[in-house]
Design a protein around this ligand. Structure first.
Ligand code: ADP
Ligand code: MG
Length: 259
């Protein structure tokens, strides 16, 4: 089987704090992998190592079959990365943001124009080329950031909480694009706190306090094996088990707290 990502005994320490603690996982090519876990559990740190932005303290990473540490530069050309802050230039127009990323990846002017057209269509941004990125609403910004991350036709997209703070309609539009891109053969690693999004992934994995706490498996298999309604119950259950503390009442039960 060919893998998009293989992490082996991956560890990142900041001083004497271990943010990512000896994790191993492998994601086959062409899959959407939902990387889940509470805030501060080590998702972004793992992602930054996979993208070659951070050097691991120890362990190995292979991205699209290549050693991510030794072949960092060549891998960068094959990965699209959307960081938690979207990394857009807020005072530049939609088009100039795309131009900027095209420039970074050394895309020729002729190819660039065609690519921009395709991406504006995909992101539903056609007609908004001259709009200043900073004035766009959350959903538009997020789709522009996705367009920028796709400009060089990467084979693997790594998206760090791409839908945080985005309305339900925009979230669905965004995920429809993700599934369409996956159908075309692109591999994905995505983090999200929305469990409905995570349930649409091909595979999910949970990280807590820097450790992977379950096998990477399809969400439905996990839901069935844990005998719960959905991934949200599993998320809560994991946190309860790890902290040995009961998480507060469910949202449904909260309605009855005051009556
Ligand atoms: P997540 O993305 O799951 O919310 P992060 O990977 O951002 O988690 O952070 C994991 C832990 O590592 C947190 O406790 C965070 O404060 C810490 N951390 C992240 N980056 C650094 C850094 N550059 N220096 C020190 N600690 C860091
Ligand atoms: Mg994060």
């Amino acid at each position: 089987m060919e893998f998009a990502i293989e992490a082996k005994d991956l560890t990142k320490r900041f001083g004497d704090f271990t943010a990512v603690d000896n994790i191993s996982f492998a994601i086959p090519k062409g899959k959407i992998f939902g990387f889940l876990g509470p805030n501060g559990s080590g998702k972004s740190t793992t992602i930054r190592m996979l993208c070659g932005v951070l050097t691991p303290s120890s362990g190995d990473i292979k991205v699209l079959g290549k050693n991510a540490i030794k072949e960092r530069e060549s891998i960068r050309q094959e990965i699209g990365y959307m960081s938690q802050k979207f990394s857009l230039y807020e005072d530049l127009s939609v088009e100039k943001n795309l131009n900027f990323y095209a420039e970074i990846y050394g895309i020729s002017k002729e190819v660039r124009e065609q690519r921009k057209k395709e991406l504006l269509m995909m992101a539903n941004l056609a007609g908004k080329e001259k709009k200043i990125a900073g004035t766009l609403s959350g959903g538009w910004k997020q789709r522009l950031a996705l367009g920028c991350a796709l400009i060089h036709k990467p084979k693997l997209l790594i998206l760090d909480e791409p839908t945080a703070g985005v309305d339900p309609v925009s979230r669905r539009q965004f995920w429809a694009i993700i599934h369409e891109l996956a159908r075309q053969g692109i591999s994905f690693l995505i983090t999200t706190h929305y469990m409905d999004e995570a349930e649409s992934c091909d595979l999910v994995g949970f990280i807590y306090n820097g450790k992977i706490i379950c096998d990477v498996i399809p969400p439905n298999d996990l839901i069935e094996s844990e005998n719960v309604k959905g991934l949200e119950d599993i998320f809560i259950r994991y946190v309860e088990t790890m902290t040995n503390e009961k998480v507060r009442t469910s949202f449904h039960e909260m309605k009855f707290l005051h009556s």
